[in-house]
Ligand binder design. Structure first.
Ligand SMILES: Nc1ncnc2c1ncn2[C@@H]1O[C@H](COP(=O)(O)OP(=O)(O)O)[C@@H](O)[C@H]1O
Ligand SMILES: [Mg+2]
Length: 281
Protein backbone atom coordinates (compact mmCIF):
# COMPACT_ATOMS: atom_id res chain seq x y z
CA UNK A 1 0.00 0.00 0.00
CA UNK A 2 2.91 2.31 0.68
CA UNK A 3 3.59 2.78 -3.03
CA UNK A 4 0.78 5.21 -3.68
CA UNK A 5 0.41 7.05 -0.41
CA UNK A 6 3.94 7.54 0.78
CA UNK A 7 5.59 10.60 -0.69
CA UNK A 8 9.03 10.26 -2.18
CA UNK A 9 11.54 10.13 0.66
CA UNK A 10 10.96 13.71 1.65
CA UNK A 11 13.44 15.26 4.03
CA UNK A 12 11.39 17.46 6.33
CA UNK A 13 12.82 20.92 6.59
CA UNK A 14 11.09 23.90 8.19
CA UNK A 15 12.04 26.15 5.30
CA UNK A 16 10.79 24.09 2.41
CA UNK A 17 7.48 22.50 1.52
CA UNK A 18 7.78 19.00 2.91
CA UNK A 19 5.70 17.13 0.38
CA UNK A 20 5.41 17.19 -3.35
CA UNK A 21 1.62 17.21 -3.86
CA UNK A 22 1.93 15.11 -7.00
CA UNK A 23 3.27 12.24 -4.94
CA UNK A 24 -0.34 11.61 -3.96
CA UNK A 25 -1.91 11.88 -7.40
CA UNK A 26 -4.16 14.64 -6.12
CA UNK A 27 -5.66 17.58 -7.97
CA UNK A 28 -3.51 19.85 -10.08
CA UNK A 29 -3.79 23.51 -9.24
CA UNK A 30 -3.88 23.35 -5.44
CA UNK A 31 -1.44 26.02 -4.34
CA UNK A 32 0.60 23.85 -2.06
CA UNK A 33 -0.15 22.15 1.19
CA UNK A 34 -2.19 23.78 3.95
CA UNK A 35 -1.65 21.02 6.49
CA UNK A 36 0.81 18.20 6.27
CA UNK A 37 0.49 15.00 8.28
CA UNK A 38 3.61 12.85 8.46
CA UNK A 39 3.92 9.34 9.88
CA UNK A 40 1.22 10.13 12.36
CA UNK A 41 0.30 7.57 15.00
CA UNK A 42 -2.15 8.02 17.87
CA UNK A 43 -3.06 5.94 20.89
CA UNK A 44 -6.01 6.30 23.27
CA UNK A 45 -4.41 4.61 26.27
CA UNK A 46 -3.19 1.27 24.97
CA UNK A 47 -5.46 1.26 21.98
CA UNK A 48 -3.94 2.56 18.78
CA UNK A 49 -6.41 4.56 16.67
CA UNK A 50 -4.17 5.97 13.92
CA UNK A 51 -1.36 4.14 12.15
CA UNK A 52 1.34 5.88 10.11
CA UNK A 53 -1.04 8.35 8.53
CA UNK A 54 0.56 10.45 5.78
CA UNK A 55 -1.54 13.07 4.07
CA UNK A 56 -1.07 16.58 2.72
CA UNK A 57 -4.25 18.67 2.60
CA UNK A 58 -4.08 20.96 -0.40
CA UNK A 59 -4.60 24.69 0.00
CA UNK A 60 -7.88 26.12 -1.17
CA UNK A 61 -9.39 22.74 -1.96
CA UNK A 62 -11.93 20.50 -0.26
CA UNK A 63 -10.68 17.17 1.05
CA UNK A 64 -13.18 14.56 2.15
CA UNK A 65 -12.28 11.96 4.78
CA UNK A 66 -14.39 8.86 4.26
CA UNK A 67 -14.45 5.40 5.74
CA UNK A 68 -16.59 3.20 7.97
CA UNK A 69 -17.57 4.26 11.46
CA UNK A 70 -14.72 4.01 13.96
CA UNK A 71 -11.92 4.12 11.36
CA UNK A 72 -10.37 7.27 12.84
CA UNK A 73 -11.76 10.11 10.72
CA UNK A 74 -12.81 12.30 13.64
CA UNK A 75 -9.64 11.43 15.53
CA UNK A 76 -7.51 12.62 12.63
CA UNK A 77 -9.61 15.76 12.13
CA UNK A 78 -9.36 16.67 15.80
CA UNK A 79 -5.59 16.28 15.71
CA UNK A 80 -5.39 18.97 13.05
CA UNK A 81 -6.31 21.71 15.52
CA UNK A 82 -5.19 19.86 18.65
CA UNK A 83 -8.74 19.33 19.89
CA UNK A 84 -7.56 15.98 21.25
CA UNK A 85 -5.21 17.69 23.70
CA UNK A 86 -7.74 17.47 26.49
CA UNK A 87 -8.09 13.70 26.32
CA UNK A 88 -6.32 11.81 29.10
CA UNK A 89 -3.87 9.11 28.17
CA UNK A 90 -3.56 10.31 24.62
CA UNK A 91 -0.24 9.71 22.96
CA UNK A 92 0.87 10.76 19.52
CA UNK A 93 3.89 10.18 17.39
CA UNK A 94 4.78 11.82 14.08
CA UNK A 95 4.25 15.35 12.86
CA UNK A 96 1.56 17.68 11.62
CA UNK A 97 2.92 20.84 10.07
CA UNK A 98 1.50 24.14 8.89
CA UNK A 99 3.90 26.06 6.68
CA UNK A 100 6.64 23.75 7.87
CA UNK A 101 5.95 24.39 11.55
CA UNK A 102 5.14 21.43 13.75
CA UNK A 103 1.83 22.19 15.50
CA UNK A 104 2.77 19.82 18.35
CA UNK A 105 6.15 21.43 18.98
CA UNK A 106 6.74 22.64 22.53
CA UNK A 107 5.66 26.22 23.04
CA UNK A 108 3.08 26.32 20.26
CA UNK A 109 0.26 28.72 21.09
CA UNK A 110 -2.69 26.35 20.81
CA UNK A 111 -5.29 29.13 20.98
CA UNK A 112 -3.61 30.92 18.08
CA UNK A 113 -3.42 27.65 16.19
CA UNK A 114 -7.14 27.00 16.64
CA UNK A 115 -7.89 30.46 15.29
CA UNK A 116 -6.28 29.37 12.05
CA UNK A 117 -8.50 26.27 11.94
CA UNK A 118 -12.21 26.92 12.27
CA UNK A 119 -14.13 23.86 13.40
CA UNK A 120 -17.71 22.85 12.69
CA UNK A 121 -19.24 19.87 14.46
CA UNK A 122 -21.80 17.21 13.69
CA UNK A 123 -24.55 18.77 15.74
CA UNK A 124 -24.98 22.52 15.41
CA UNK A 125 -23.78 23.99 18.70
CA UNK A 126 -24.79 27.65 18.86
CA UNK A 127 -24.35 29.28 22.24
CA UNK A 128 -27.46 30.33 24.19
CA UNK A 129 -27.09 33.96 23.19
CA UNK A 130 -28.16 36.20 20.34
CA UNK A 131 -27.30 35.50 16.71
CA UNK A 132 -25.05 38.57 16.72
CA UNK A 133 -23.25 37.56 19.91
CA UNK A 134 -22.68 34.04 18.60
CA UNK A 135 -20.88 35.32 15.52
CA UNK A 136 -18.70 37.89 17.25
CA UNK A 137 -17.95 35.65 20.22
CA UNK A 138 -14.42 34.77 19.04
CA UNK A 139 -13.67 38.46 18.50
CA UNK A 140 -14.94 39.40 21.96
CA UNK A 141 -12.81 36.67 23.50
CA UNK A 142 -9.93 38.32 21.67
CA UNK A 143 -10.73 41.61 23.39
CA UNK A 144 -12.30 43.40 20.43
CA UNK A 145 -15.02 45.69 21.75
CA UNK A 146 -15.30 48.34 19.02
CA UNK A 147 -18.91 48.19 17.90
CA UNK A 148 -18.13 49.19 14.31
CA UNK A 149 -15.56 46.43 13.95
CA UNK A 150 -17.86 43.83 15.50
CA UNK A 151 -20.77 44.89 13.25
CA UNK A 152 -18.57 44.59 10.21
CA UNK A 153 -17.21 41.17 11.15
CA UNK A 154 -20.71 39.97 11.98
CA UNK A 155 -22.10 40.99 8.61
CA UNK A 156 -19.12 39.65 6.67
CA UNK A 157 -19.21 36.29 8.47
CA UNK A 158 -22.97 35.90 8.09
CA UNK A 159 -22.74 36.77 4.41
CA UNK A 160 -19.92 34.24 3.98
CA UNK A 161 -22.12 31.64 5.61
CA UNK A 162 -25.06 32.51 3.31
CA UNK A 163 -27.18 33.43 6.32
CA UNK A 164 -27.21 37.23 6.30
CA UNK A 165 -30.42 37.71 4.32
CA UNK A 166 -32.32 35.35 6.58
CA UNK A 167 -31.24 36.89 9.88
CA UNK A 168 -30.25 40.50 9.27
CA UNK A 169 -33.49 41.78 10.84
CA UNK A 170 -33.30 39.57 13.91
CA UNK A 171 -29.65 39.70 14.96
CA UNK A 172 -30.63 40.35 18.58
CA UNK A 173 -32.84 37.27 18.79
CA UNK A 174 -31.67 34.04 20.33
CA UNK A 175 -29.72 31.74 18.04
CA UNK A 176 -31.64 28.83 19.53
CA UNK A 177 -34.74 29.99 17.65
CA UNK A 178 -33.11 29.24 14.28
CA UNK A 179 -33.76 26.04 12.34
CA UNK A 180 -31.13 23.29 12.47
CA UNK A 181 -29.77 24.23 9.05
CA UNK A 182 -29.61 27.91 9.99
CA UNK A 183 -27.89 27.02 13.25
CA UNK A 184 -25.27 25.06 11.35
CA UNK A 185 -24.68 27.99 8.99
CA UNK A 186 -24.43 30.21 12.08
CA UNK A 187 -21.73 27.89 13.42
CA UNK A 188 -19.93 28.23 10.10
CA UNK A 189 -20.25 32.02 10.39
CA UNK A 190 -18.73 31.83 13.87
CA UNK A 191 -15.95 29.61 12.53
CA UNK A 192 -15.06 32.06 9.76
CA UNK A 193 -15.41 35.19 11.93
CA UNK A 194 -11.81 34.99 13.06
CA UNK A 195 -10.74 34.56 9.43
CA UNK A 196 -9.09 31.14 9.65
CA UNK A 197 -7.15 29.50 6.83
CA UNK A 198 -8.62 26.06 7.30
CA UNK A 199 -12.16 24.87 8.01
CA UNK A 200 -12.51 21.49 9.67
CA UNK A 201 -15.97 19.96 9.43
CA UNK A 202 -16.97 16.74 11.15
CA UNK A 203 -20.08 15.36 9.43
CA UNK A 204 -21.59 18.85 9.36
CA UNK A 205 -24.81 17.71 7.67
CA UNK A 206 -25.56 14.54 9.55
CA UNK A 207 -28.18 16.22 11.74
CA UNK A 208 -29.77 18.14 8.86
CA UNK A 209 -32.59 17.49 6.41
CA UNK A 210 -31.85 17.22 2.66
CA UNK A 211 -32.64 20.87 1.89
CA UNK A 212 -30.46 22.20 4.69
CA UNK A 213 -27.79 19.73 3.62
CA UNK A 214 -27.88 21.04 0.05
CA UNK A 215 -27.44 24.59 1.37
CA UNK A 216 -24.37 23.60 3.37
CA UNK A 217 -22.93 21.82 0.34
CA UNK A 218 -23.46 24.95 -1.80
CA UNK A 219 -21.83 26.96 0.92
CA UNK A 220 -18.81 24.67 0.99
CA UNK A 221 -18.42 25.23 -2.76
CA UNK A 222 -18.48 28.99 -2.17
CA UNK A 223 -16.04 28.91 0.74
CA UNK A 224 -13.40 26.79 -0.91
CA UNK A 225 -10.61 28.68 -2.53
CA UNK A 226 -10.66 31.19 0.28
CA UNK A 227 -10.36 28.40 2.83
CA UNK A 228 -8.85 24.96 2.73
CA UNK A 229 -11.59 22.61 3.86
CA UNK A 230 -11.38 19.17 5.41
CA UNK A 231 -14.74 17.47 5.73
CA UNK A 232 -15.48 14.16 7.41
CA UNK A 233 -18.50 12.51 5.89
CA UNK A 234 -19.97 9.03 5.91
CA UNK A 235 -22.10 10.04 2.95
CA UNK A 236 -20.20 9.07 -0.17
CA UNK A 237 -22.48 10.99 -2.51
CA UNK A 238 -21.69 14.05 -0.46
CA UNK A 239 -17.96 13.39 -0.68
CA UNK A 240 -18.28 12.98 -4.44
CA UNK A 241 -20.29 16.20 -4.76
CA UNK A 242 -18.29 18.55 -2.59
CA UNK A 243 -14.68 17.44 -2.56
CA UNK A 244 -11.68 17.79 -4.83
CA UNK A 245 -9.68 15.11 -3.08
CA UNK A 246 -10.83 12.12 -1.08
CA UNK A 247 -9.00 10.13 1.55
CA UNK A 248 -10.29 6.68 2.39
CA UNK A 249 -9.51 5.44 5.89
CA UNK A 250 -9.98 1.98 7.29
CA UNK A 251 -9.10 0.67 10.77
CA UNK A 252 -6.98 3.69 11.58
CA UNK A 253 -4.98 3.65 8.36
CA UNK A 254 -5.11 5.87 5.34
CA UNK A 255 -5.72 3.32 2.61
CA UNK A 256 -5.86 5.61 -0.39
CA UNK A 257 -5.80 9.32 -1.09
CA UNK A 258 -6.35 10.99 -4.38
CA UNK A 259 -8.40 13.05 -6.73
CA UNK A 260 -12.09 12.52 -5.86
CA UNK A 261 -13.16 11.46 -9.33
CA UNK A 262 -10.42 8.86 -9.51
CA UNK A 263 -11.21 7.64 -6.01
CA UNK A 264 -14.83 7.03 -6.94
CA UNK A 265 -14.41 5.78 -10.47
CA UNK A 266 -11.06 4.10 -10.58
CA UNK A 267 -9.49 3.68 -7.14
CA UNK A 268 -6.22 1.79 -6.99
CA UNK A 269 -6.88 -0.27 -3.90
CA UNK A 270 -9.34 -3.11 -3.66
CA UNK A 271 -10.55 -1.95 -0.23
CA UNK A 272 -11.35 1.53 -1.55
CA UNK A 273 -13.25 0.06 -4.47
CA UNK A 274 -15.24 -2.20 -2.17
CA UNK A 275 -16.08 0.73 0.07
CA UNK A 276 -17.06 3.26 -2.58
CA UNK A 277 -19.19 0.67 -4.35
CA UNK A 278 -20.98 -0.09 -1.08
CA UNK A 279 -19.69 -3.61 -0.62
CA UNK A 280 -18.83 -2.91 2.99
CA UNK A 281 -19.06 -0.14 5.56
N1 LIG B 1 -11.89 9.89 23.39
C1 LIG B 1 -11.65 8.61 23.05
N2 LIG B 1 -11.14 7.74 23.92
C2 LIG B 1 -10.89 6.45 23.59
N3 LIG B 1 -11.11 5.93 22.36
C3 LIG B 1 -11.61 6.76 21.43
C4 LIG B 1 -11.92 8.14 21.71
N4 LIG B 1 -12.41 8.71 20.58
C5 LIG B 1 -12.40 7.74 19.65
N5 LIG B 1 -11.93 6.58 20.14
C6 LIG B 1 -11.77 5.31 19.40
O1 LIG B 1 -10.90 5.55 18.29
C7 LIG B 1 -11.37 4.89 17.13
C8 LIG B 1 -11.65 5.88 16.03
O2 LIG B 1 -12.76 6.67 16.39
P1 LIG B 1 -13.22 7.94 15.56
O3 LIG B 1 -12.06 8.78 15.24
O4 LIG B 1 -14.33 8.58 16.32
O5 LIG B 1 -13.78 7.26 14.23
P2 LIG B 1 -14.75 7.82 13.09
O6 LIG B 1 -14.85 9.30 13.22
O7 LIG B 1 -14.12 7.36 11.82
O8 LIG B 1 -16.07 7.14 13.29
C9 LIG B 1 -12.59 4.10 17.56
O9 LIG B 1 -12.20 2.80 17.88
C10 LIG B 1 -13.07 4.83 18.80
O10 LIG B 1 -13.74 3.98 19.66
MG1 LIG C 1 -16.51 10.53 13.59
Amino acid sequence: MADTITPAAAQPSPAAPVFEPTAYHVKEGGEGIALDVEKFNLWYGKSQALFDVEIGFQKGLVTALIGPSGCGKSTLLRCLNRMNDLIDELRIDGRITVDGHDIYAPGVDVIALRKRMGMVFQKPNPFAMSIYDNVVYPMRVDGVSNRGVLDEVCERALRSAALWNEVKDRLKESALGLSGGQQQRLCIARAVASDPEVLLMDEPCSALDPIATAKIEELIAELKGHYSIVIVTHNMQQAARVSDNTAFMYLGRLIEYGDTQTMFINPKKRQSLDYVTGRFG
